[in-house]
Design a protein around this ligand. Sequence first.
Ligand code: JB2
Length: 214
Amino acid sequence: MSCSRKTVIIGAGGHAKVVIDILRSMPQLEIVGCIDRSNVRTVMQLPVLGDDDLLPQLWNADVKHAFVAIGNNQIRQRLAKRATEIGFTLINAVSPYAHISESASLGSGIAIMPGAIVNAEAVIDNYAIINTSSSIDHECYIGESCHVAPGSHLSGNVHVQEGAFLGTGTTVIDGIHIGAWTVVGAGSVVVRNIPAQCLAYGVPARIIPHQQSL
Ligand code: JB2
């Protein structure tokens, strides 16, 4: 008896390519293709089946699992909620080359890329991306739809709220709180709390008054 889970990937860009690599290491999945709003036809030898309007039809055709593979935090959150409303179960894409503590908690629709480390009692909320070779130390909280970009390192007890983006190579000392939808620029070293909806960068990271100035 076959028990393969038919799965659609939403998104067909660069992030989807890394996710496809990971999902192909999960033999229980049958990836039926991708959904994208562009007119790209294939990605990583998978067909691009159509746009988001096709999702209800796919669900009716026995595709019950989905993964939203789009890097933009707002778009990913919106599509993840839409897919969930249709009835899809959002799977996690966890690389076999990541280390996840047995005591860590993972939500759904999460990507954890090769080389990433998630240590004891860390919590990774729905739709977050823990990107290549980043580390999330003990008791950290990574909120819904956050993205911790490649090579970032979070010491213990760091709290990152919904939708925040930590750019490539961000370093955060222990116990820091980063507010919702805040963007931390690449290479920053965060040594003080950062409130919600800010742009901050530098060593040490400082809040930049006008986000639109970048
Ligand atoms: O509403 C949408 C939509 N908006 C954009 N619905 C669907 N189904 N697809 C949407 N897209 C598609 O997301 C675009 O048409 C495009 O194909 C894809 C985004 O591709 P891109 O290569 O520009 O970005 P990405 O999200 O795959 O990757 C970003 O995030 C990653 C985490 C990049 O910044 C990567 O460098 C990064 N590693």
